[in-house]
Design a protein around this ligand. Structure first.
Ligand SMILES: Nc1ncnc2c1ncn2[C@@H]1O[C@H](COP(=O)(O)OP(=O)(O)O)[C@@H](O)[C@H]1O
Ligand SMILES: [Mg+2]
Length: 212
């Protein structure tokens, strides 16, 4: 479960995020809504431990990400947090399959090629498993990036606009896969978006206002 307490985060001494209390029970999902520049990415990065907040706590299963240091925080992120980046961070020289297998392999997990292939097939990418990211459309790359995140079975999946490049059919498919994989793993989805099509899947919402 995710708990945020008195979180202040921003840049150059100026707070963008000021969130006194938020909690998301295990397996529940939450949407972060707000106009461009309102701090959605700042909040996601604070939860992921990729940005050091000014103050406050971000507890994931009772571990405070904010107070973890260096390699400890990286290891915690690797084990517990999956991130679907807005810029997808696919490795251009590797096939989709190898993009998915890289992180778990680097972390010492066995190469589960069958499960990776199955996940790409579930995402409608059966014909593209051995293609490089640049050979695919933006929507296809986005689905591959989601498969890569889900593959590692994180406790919490953070996403910035994961459905924005997808047409209605694939938007529904990706949401179904995200929700199904989260349910199987008892994981929570925390998704920042402008995409009103996916509002209906979420019961909890954090609304960020324009930054003054
Ligand atoms: N690295 C940075 N350095 C300074 N200011 C930043 C940085 N990243 C974001 N900001 C500022 O913080 C505010 C929130 O940005 P961001 O979290 O990216 O918003 P959103 O994701 O909602 O569009 C914006 O005013 C933006 O200009
Ligand atoms: Mg953003």
């Amino acid at each position: 479960m995710l708990e945020i307490k008195n979180l202040k985060a921003g840049y150059n001494g100026k707070a963008v995020i000021d969130l006194s209390n938020f909690s998301l029970p295990k397996g529940k999902h939450c949407l972060i809504l707000g106009p461009s520049g309102s701090g959605k990415t700042t909040l996601l990065y604070s939860i992921a431990g990729l940005l050091q907040p000014f103050s406050g706590e971000v507890l994931i299963d009772n571990t405070d990400v904010v107070s973890l240091r260096g390699s400890e925080r990286d290891a915690f992120r690797g084990r517990n947090i999956g991130i679907i980046y807005q810029t997808l961070h696919m490795i251009p020289a590797l096939s989709l399959l190898d993009n998915i297998l890289l992180a778990p392999y680097a972390a010492g997990a066995p190469k589960d090629i069958k499960r990776a292939e199955k996940l790409l097939e579930d995402m409608g990418l059966q014909g593209s498993i051995h293609k490089k990211p640049h050979e695919l459309s933006q929507g296809q790359q986005q689905r591959a990036a989601i498969a890569r995140t889900v593959f590692c079975k994180p406790k919490i999946v953070l996403g910035g606009e994961p459905t924005s490049a997808l047409d209605d059919g694939f938007c529904a498919l990706v949401m179904k896969l995200l929700l199904d994989s989260a349910e199987k793993a008892g994981a929570s989805l925390v998704i920042a978006t402008h995409d009103h099509r996916i509002k209906k899947y979420f019961t909890k919402v954090i609304t960020l206002g324009a930054v003054k």
